[in-house]
Unconditional design. Structure first.
Length: 435
């Protein structure tokens, strides 16, 4: 992106911020193009009544959503973040962003992909769009669309509940279970309703292949925990035994142990201690699963806390650049950003700039190998947020210099979130102390 296209225009924008930014004449930021969604819409407040922070957020969102994002998952993530940021400033623009996001979300699901974020789950799409989304959803796609279905049922139960229920019925007939979507539908139907009671049993009977579904263990445990006290004891016991037997076949992971603990606690509450002991004695595999979780809980050690920011503050004053250069890109980006934050908030602008140069360069490296680093988006966001805490406009300029346009948009929106929450930050040199 040519971030030096028009310095004069950006300088005029800085003047409109009321002189908050320092040295605006030397800024290297791009001009602000009209956003494709809602480019001509009016804000909920007149532009004259917007605070400088709101103006910066709104214009940053316009820049971000105007950038190309070839990957639809990236585009969806950008739209979701942008819509959240402008929802209280420009409702019309937010509505256009939601509309585009819901369309992309639907296309991803129909293509068999699970959206990285769900615009539907945020409850901001209008009910007519939610109804059309659910109506056009293939039953085979309920697992990929689970978060979207939850949003539809929660936000627009009158328009979507019957259709969602039919889609879940059709999926269950094919042994496809979306446990969290079922819970949402059960809450809307009423947990004592015949539909909810029968579908609870059907879901537990249709537990998926244990070899490939460890990640779903907690969702099924949560479904059981919610419904065990709503059905009679015989059903609660039978479903609990089936669930524990299934959980016992999963790989031994922390998620599995947590799921077993949730299930056993729910069984004890639903059956009482005596009923719970009797149920476990009746099934060897369920009893073994329950005991394995007890043993895992007693032997598990506590994870080490994340202390990069605290360490950076503690090490502030000594140059850590050489040590940081030897770290893997993801860790280097995060630690350099933490050191940049520590140096910047203590008034050392020169050192902060060095660290943020390193952090954004490392973020570029992480994004370039994102297929091998699942945390690429989080790293870019973390670096952008750290820089924005020190100098919002400088952070925005750095975000625009990232190599990939999607990474640019994600970092820019991270900066905008900080501005929206804390206001504009500017880097100043502290006055010398009087002796």
């Amino acid at each position: 992106m040519a971030f030096l296209r028009d310095q004069a225009l950006w300088g005029l924008f800085l003047v409109s911020l009321g002189g908050i930014a320092q040295d605006s004449s030397s800024s290297g930021l791009s001009p602000i193009p009209s956003a494709r969604p809602g480019a001509q819409t009016a804000t909920t407040s007149s532009s004259h009544s917007l605070a400088p922070e709101q103006k910066l957020v709104l214009d940053t969102v316009r820049m971000a959503v105007d950038l190309p994002a070839p990957n639809p998952q990236d585009r969806l993530r950008i739209l979701a973040s942008a819509a959240d940021l402008v929802s209280t400033v420009d409702r019309n623009m937010a509505r256009d962003l939601w509309r585009e996001g819901v369309r992309i979300e639907s296309e991803l699901i129909r293509a068999g992909q699970k959206p990285v974020v769900s615009m539907m789950s945020k409850g901001q799409a209008d009910c007519a769009a939610a109804e059309a989304f659910v109506e056009n959803l293939p039953p085979d796609a309920v697992i990929e669309a689970e978060q979207s279905l939850i949003g539809a049922v929660t936000s627009c139960p009158k328009q979507t509940l019957d259709t969602v229920s039919r889609k879940l019925d059709a999926a269950l007939e094919k042994n496809l279970v979306a446990p969290r979507a079922l819970m949402a539908a059960m809450e809307a139907q009423g947990t004592k309703a015949p539909w909810s009671q029968s579908h609870f049993e059907s879901a537990i009977k249709s537990l998926p292949d244990p070899k490939a579904n460890t990640v779903e263990a907690l969702d099924f445990a949560a479904l059981y925990s919610r419904m065990a006290g709503e059905v009679d004891k015989a059903r609660a016991e039978k479903a609990g035994i089936q669930l524990l037997s299934w959980l016992g076949k999963l790989d031994n992971t922390p998620e599995r142990s947590r799921a077993i603990n949730i299930a056993t606690q729910a069984m004890q509450q639903a059956l009482g201690q005596e009923g719970y002991r009797h149920a476990l004695q009746s099934d060897v595999s369920a009893n073994a699963a329950a005991q394995s979780a007890v043993n895992s809980r007693s032997s598990r050690s506590s994870p080490a806390p994340a202390t990069s920011v605290l360490n950076a503050i503690r090490e502030n004053g000594s140059d850590q650049s050489e040590r940081l250069r030897d770290l893997p890109p993801s860790q280097r980006a995060r630690e350099a950003a933490a050191h940049g934050f520590a140096a910047g908030t203590s008034g050392d602008k020169g050192q902060a700039d060095k660290y943020f140069d390193m952090a954004f360069a490392a973020a570029d490296d992480v994004w370039g190998t994102r297929d091998h680093d699942a945390n690429a988006v989080a790293v870019v966001e973390e670096v952008g947020e750290a820089a924005a805490q020190v100098d919002s406009l400088n952070a925005l300029e750095r975000a625009q210099k990232l190599r990939d346009s999607s990474a640019q948009a994600i970092a820019m929106l991270a900066v905008a979130r900080v501005v929206a929450g804390k206001g504009l930050a500017t880097q100043t040199t502290p006055s010398p102390r009087r002796r």
